[in-house]
Design a binder for this molecule. Sequence first.
Ligand SMILES: [Zn+2]
Length: 446
Amino acid sequence: MLLIGNGTVLTMGQEPQVIADGAVLVEGEKILQVGKTEKLRLSNPTAHYINARGKLIMPGLVNAHTHLYRAFAKGMGPVGEAPRDLPQILKRIWWKLDKELTVEDIYYSAMVELIECIKDGVTTVIDHHSSPSKVRGSMAALSGAVGDMGVKACLCCEVSDRDGATTTLEGILENAGILLSCQDSSNSFLRGLFGLHASFTLSDETLRNCSTVAAKFDAGFHVHAAEGMVDQEHSLAVCGSRVLERLNLFGILGPKTIAAHCVHVDSREMDLLRQSGTWVVHTPQSSMAHAVGAAPAVEMLAKGVAVALGTDGFTCDMFESAKAANLLHKHACNNPSGGEVEVQQMLYVNNPRLAAGMFGGVWGVLGPGAWADIIVVDYLPSIPIDDSNWPRHLLYGVSGRAVETTVINGQVRMLERRLTEVDENAVYTAARECAAGLWRRLNHKG
Ligand SMILES: [Zn+2]
């Protein structure tokens, strides 16, 4: 048994409580009890004790949309002419980078991103992968990294027609492979979705084929949707309807499907998202960085659309993503009071609900029976923290680097900023070698 105590416990969940001098008792992969430290220590004298030293004890976080393959873009210089819009960003950066990835690159890129996740208190990632030259084996490399780091993950391999029919077929088979391996639900760390790039790089025939294969596994999809106007213009040109309507024609939407971004959606598409129960993942930093506009996340939430929060690989830090979402919506809605409630809803309610639908069990709460995904955060409040104001403390006072200890399914993965299972320096050394090789190849091709 594991007891994390002597901290301020934020239980979260449906009836969030702040417990001073609180503790969380873990047995196996799940939480057994939450209460006062003194009482739980007395009744469990043999439990391994982690002293939180007055800091926050709260549930681990979920990143609802990321790209573990993008680690080596950090610090990479421009390749060729600087892009000026989303199609140019894709063609000149991401589609160049993903084509050069080797299986070793995929593994080490994921390893450094997952180390960052653990350091930022992210215990579960929903990943969207692309490596068109190395499709086969990409899911094995990613699930290997996920297994080595002990982070929970939902994986998929994007299918796109942009690299020809063979690559399309390989993508379909790679998704089938990960979905097949995830049919054994006794693995509480790994899940799969069927990955699609975006409507504007997918033909009707490919969408139909993907839909047929996904149906055999009763799987949802993970697709980029309406990130830029290019997606809408393409959809209107090829079928006369908008992106979400087109995806719906092929049975892509539904309560197991994630539509990332949804920046350029109209009210009919929002109705479609709500009626179908499709998840939208909002990615504020990426949308700002790609200069594609602000997704109507506040409006979608008000309409009853299930909107979660992700980083799109821009960072691993969900506290920072929450800060960006808050400021973006204050700015975009011209409302200094907007954003806070919606950010809390996305990160602390909807992200765990999305993960619960995939993995099963109780998520996003410190309470008996919930998965033991627990983080200790170095934050000493300068004003009283209580049941009503804890979200604002987290929003304005905490960043990922304040996370000291990370526990995933009862396993301690980081203790007082030191990773417990992995030689961090060795991983970063290997990753830097991979990155240097990747950059050489990219620069050589220009
Ligand atoms: Zn993305």
